[in-house]
Design a protein around this ligand. Sequence first.
Ligand SMILES: CC(C)(COP(=O)(O)OP(=O)(O)OC[C@H]1O[C@@H](n2cnc3c(N)ncnc32)[C@H](O)[C@@H]1OP(=O)(O)O)[C@@H](O)C(=O)NCCC(=O)NCCS
Length: 161
Amino acid sequence: MTPDIRFIADFSSAFDQSEKSRMLDAFLSIEKNTLFYPWNAEQFNICFKLGAVAWILEHRVDRQIMGFVLMMDSIDHIDLLHITVDKPYQQQGYGQQLLTCVLNYAHVHHKNIFLEVRKSNVAAIALYEKNDFCTIGQRKKYYATHEDREDALVMQYRIVE
Ligand SMILES: CC(C)(COP(=O)(O)OP(=O)(O)OC[C@H]1O[C@@H](n2cnc3c(N)ncnc32)[C@H](O)[C@@H]1OP(=O)(O)O)[C@@H](O)C(=O)NCCC(=O)NCCS
């Protein structure tokens, strides 16, 4: 099965309300399936309002959303905000495909990429390191956990000196 990847330049103006709701519901459901600490609706809505750019992995036949990557394009760099592939579709190369969309965008626009990731997120860190992201710092107790706080790694993909 080959899914489509749909590019969305700006959520705030790209869709009517019902399509926005469909996407948000799908994102929240994927979050619950895949993460101990899922994003909530408010976090996504803030991204939509601030003009996040996205690529969405969709089933070619029924348009079911299988994963997505969100980034913010700033004047001099890109922030990779989030990347998620729904559980049944993980480890089949889709995370790599989504990340490649962001890398290609960064090269076209000649901007470095920055991201934060939980220190315990082995799969995501492996994906980023495989794609030449380097750890450039840590944010102590940056993320909430159920018991306490967890450090974040700050990673960079460098194309600009
Ligand atoms: C991180 C994530 C997006 C990877 O997506 P995926 O479709 O499973 O990844 P791919 O199949 O494209 O794998 C690409 C690379 O990622 C790494 N990787 C993926 N899953 C991994 C796992 N379970 N353990 C270790 N490395 C893993 C590997 O380096 C892999 O390359 P390889 O197959 O040559 O070993 C997915 O695990 C996910 O959605 N996790 C939950 C959400 C999340 O944590 N997002 C990151 C927020 S910062």
